[in-house]
Design a binder for this molecule. Structure first.
Ligand SMILES: NC(=O)c1ccc[n+]([C@@H]2O[C@H](COP(=O)([O-])OP(=O)(O)OC[C@H]3O[C@@H](n4cnc5c(N)ncnc54)[C@H](OP(=O)(O)O)[C@@H]3O)[C@@H](O)[C@H]2O)c1
Length: 276
């Protein structure tokens, strides 16, 4: 069967990815997290005992190199799938516009840089650390988990000014995906050595495990987003579960290929540009 590395596997979608992938007999599943002990404890509590959890903040190149070396020992130097799921989701700017920071440019600058450091630079370091393993793998597929909020047509057509640092960093992630496709799926390379890079949006997913009640700003922002979602997709009936999202994302990742011309593309959990 196949081997998988998933980043940001401690909670939310990342945790759902590793549990789902490990439920398929024969898979080798490795989760990268910032706090290995707590994720291991969670897996034990959930009765899952066939996942390896490794410590790696994706902004830490030394930790990523160590995680790649550990993975090499487990898989014999190969990796089939890398799922770049970890992301910085800013609570500061999620429901604010760029204009809301006119009097606080330092906070805006820090938020933009934090978003870029994790969602672009961190993913770059992760891919570079695991590229030798992917080149030796069989499936040769990398999913960069993106978001419909990075779709420039959507932002323009529905006038979505909030969450700018996150959207901008994920749009840059989509460009990063294309750049890796240009490098590792170039027509000059033998077909068998080309690696598929895809940006995939997972849909709107119910991943908040904090149990913290939303602030009035979050409630108002959520209502405004829901109204825009209704306009964009009248049949939208609310967030999907992490399990459903993961199954849909994996189906898309299975179907897409370099041979079909999918390399470097930005698609949704439905395999096209329908984000909801
Ligand atoms: N949920 C949605 O509706 C939705 C919609 C569109 C796209 N997405 C994308 O889906 C992915 C997962 O989202 P989610 O909702 O599951 O988010 P989440 O619940 O906030 O989880 C984020 C994960 O990323 C990890 N992480 C953050 N920064 C990291 C770093 N520097 N190094 C390593 N791990 C780091 C977190 O680890 P800690 O536990 O250590 O903080 C956590 O495991 C993200 O890429 C997000 O942009 C989600």
């Amino acid at each position: 069967m196949s081997s998988y590395v998933v980043t940001g596997a401690s909670r939310g979608l990342g945790y759902a990815f590793i549990v789902h992938l490990a439920s398929i007999p024969g898979n080798t599943v490795i989760g990268l997290v910032r706090n290995a002990e707590s994720t291991r404890s969670r897996l034990v509590a959930d009765g899952v005992n066939n996942i390896t959890i490794l410590q790696a903040d994706i902004t830490d190149r030394t930790a990523l190199k160590k995680a790649a070396d550990e993975t090499t020992k487990i898989t014999g130097g190969k990796l089939d799938y890398l799922i770049n799921n970890a992301a910085f989701l800013s609570h500061i700017s999620a429901f604010k516009t760029l204009g809301d920071f006119n009097d606080d440019p330092e906070t805006l600058e820090a938020d933009l840089l934090d978003s870029f450091r994790s969602n672009v630079v961190g993913v770059t370091h992760t891919i570079n650390a695991f590229i030798p393993l992917l080149q030796s793998g069989t499936a040769k597929k990398v999913a960069n988990i993106s978001t419909g909020m990075a779709d420039i047509d959507l932002i323009n057509d529905f006038h979505i000014p909030i969450g700018a640092p996150y959207s901008i960093s994920k749009a840059a992630l989509n460009a990063l995906t294309a750049k890796y496709n240009a490098l590792y799926a170039a027509p000059s390379l033998p077909l068998s050595s080309r690696i598929l890079f895809l940006s995939i949006s997972p849909g709107v997913v119910a991943t908040d495990e904090s149990g913290v009640p939303p602030t009035p700003e979050q409630i108002e922002g959520g209502k405004a987003m829901a109204a825009q979602f209704k306009e964009y997709a009248p049949d939208f009936s609310g967030p999907i579960s992490p399990q459903t999202s993961v199954e849909m994302v994996m189906r898309v990742l299975e179907e897409k290929s370099v041979e079909k011309g999918d390399g470097g593309r930005f698609v949704s959990h439905k395999g096209d540009q329908r984000w909801l």
